[in-house]
Design a protein around this ligand. Structure first.
Ligand code: FAD
Length: 333
C-alpha cells in the first residue's frame, strides 16, 4: 500500500517543472543505486562502516558538486535546485550517515574552497571535491572549544616562507577518510574571531594523525579526532586572508544552516509515507488503526510538519538565490 507525498506541481508553485523532474531523477537514482538491502545497511551501521561505493555513486551522479561552478566540475545549480536534489537524496537513500557525510563535505569543504579559495586553490581542489573523488573536512571544534568555537587554542606560527601548525581537533566529520583538511588555527594573539586562519592541509601529511570516534547515531558517517604536530605548509595553504578565518567559518555556517535541513525533509517524507502505509495496513478491533483518532491525528500532524518544513526550507533557498540576507529564514528552517 504505497503512498507518495512528493511535492506535486499544484502544491509546490515555487518549484519549476525542471526542478520537479530533476527531483524525480534523483529519487530514481537513490532508489536504484543507494537503497540497498536493509540488512547490509544494518551491518554497516553496527560496524560504523562508511559506504565509499555509495559515496562514489553519488559523486558520479553529480550530488557532491551540485552548487559549484561548472568550470570547476560542479553542477552550477542555484541554491533552491541544490535543496531539491538533496531533499530527494534524503528521501530515496535510507543511509542517513552517508547523506550526512555528503552534507558535511559540501558545506564545510566544497563551499569554503569555492567561495574563498585563490584561483590556484580552486583549480587544485574543486574538481576533486565536486566529483567526490576527494573528501574534504573542516576542523574547528576542540575539546575545550565547542559552541564557543572561537575560544580555540590551536596555533600556527610563521616559519620562513610558510607556517607550522600545532592543533588538536575533535568531533570532525569524515576525518578518518579525508583527503583535504581545512584546519582553523590562531595566527595572532587576538581573542574571539580575530586572528584565526584556515589552512588547507593534505590528508596524510607528515605530522597529521586521526583517531576514529564512535557515535550513538549516524554511525555510517565516520568521525574522528585530528591532531597536527608541527605540520609544515606553505603560504599558499592559507584559505582566504590571514587572520580573517571567521569569514570562512561564517560562509560555511550560512550554507550549512540553510541547506542541511534538505535531506532531513526528504527523510521526514519517507517516514511519514511509511507511517501512513502502516496505519492503513495494520488492523485492530476490526479496522485499520489509522481509523482511530489517536493515530489519525498524529499522522495529520506529521504531514503538516512535513509541508511546513519543506515550505520553510524552500523559502530560505529562494531568499539566498535572490542574494538577500537569509539568516532569519535559515534559522527558522
Ligand atoms: C554529528 C556531529 C558532527 C560534527 N561535525 C563537526 C565537524 O565536521 N567539524 C567541527 O569542527 N565540529 C564538528 N562537530 C562538533 C560540533 O560543532 C560541536 O559538537 C558543537 O559546536 C557543540 O560543541 P560541544 O559538543 O563541545 O558542546 P558544548 O559547547 O559543551 O555544549 C553543550 C551544551 O551546553 C549548552 N550551551 C553551550 N553554550 C551555550 C550557550 N551560549 N547558551 C545556552 N546553552 C549553551 C547547550 O545545551 C549545549 O548543547 C560535530 C558534532 C556532531 C554532533
Amino acid at each position: 500500500m504505497s503512498v507518495d507525498l512528493s511535492p506535486r506541481p499544484e502544491d509546490a508553485p515555487w518549484l519549476s517543472e525542471d526542478q520537479l523532474s530533476f527531483r524525480e531523477g534523483v529519487v530514481r537514482f537513490a532508489r536504484e543505486q543507494l537503497a540497498e538491502e536493509a540488512a547490509d545497511r544494518m551491518a554497516r551501521d553496527r560496524e560504523s562502516e562508511f559506504w565509499r561505493e555509495g559515496w562514489d555513486r553519488c559523486g558520479r551522479y553529480g550530488i557532491q558538486g551540485l552548487p559549484a561552478p561548472e568550470e570547476h566540475g560542479g553542477g552550477g545549480a542555484d541554491v533552491l535546485t541544490t535543496m531539491v536534489g538533496l531533499e530527494a537524496l534524503g528521501y530515496g537513500c535510507p543511509d542517513g550517515g552517508l547523506v550526512f557525510s555528503i552534507n558535511a563535505h559540501m558545506w564545510s569543504a566544497l563551499v569554503p574552497v569555492w567561495k574563498h579559495g585563490s584561483a590556484e586553490q580552486r583549480r587544485r581542489w574543486l574538481p576533486g571535491l565536486a566529483s567526490g573523488e576527494l573528501i574534504g573536512i573542516h576542523a574547528i571544534t576542540e575539546p575545550e572549544a565547542g559552541s564557543d568555537a572561537f575560544a580555540m587554542t590551536s596555533r600556527a606560527r610563521r616559519d620562513g616562507e610558510g607556517w607550522v601548525i600545532d592543533a588538536r581537533k575533535t568531533f570532525i566529520s569524515n576525518a578518518p577518510v579525508a583527503d583535504l583538511l581545512i584546519v582553523f588555527a590562531r595566527t595572532s594573539e587576538g581573542t574571539g574571531p580575530i586572528g584565526l586562519t584556515p589552512f588547507l592541509v593534505e590528508g596524510g601529511s607528515a605530522g597529521v594523525s586521526v583517531r576514529p570516534l564512535e557515535k550513538m547515531g549516524l554511525r555510517t558517517s565516520p568521525m574522528g579526532e585530528v591532531a597536527l604536530d608541527g605540520v609544515r605548509v606553505g603560504d599558499d595553504a592559507v584559505l582566504g586572508r590571514e587572520g580573517k578565518g571567521a569569514r570562512v567559518f561564517q560562509t560555511s555556517m550560512d550554507w550549512e544552516r540553510a541547506l542541511i535541513m534538505s535531506a532531513q525533509v526528504g527523510a521526514m517524507q519517507r517516514v511519514t509515507e511509511r507511517s501512513i502505509a502502516y496505519a492503513k495496513e495494520r488492523r485492530q478491533f476490526g479496522q485499520a488503526i489509522g481509523k482511530f483518532e489517536a493515530v489519525a491525528f498524529r499522522i495529520a500532524d506529521m504531514k503538516m510538519r512535513l509541508d511546513a518544513a519543506r515550505a520553510l526550507l524552500f523559502r530560505a533557498g529562494s531568499v539566498m538565490d535572490a542574494g538577500r540576507d537569509a539568516s532569519a529564514a535559515a534559522a527558522e528552517a
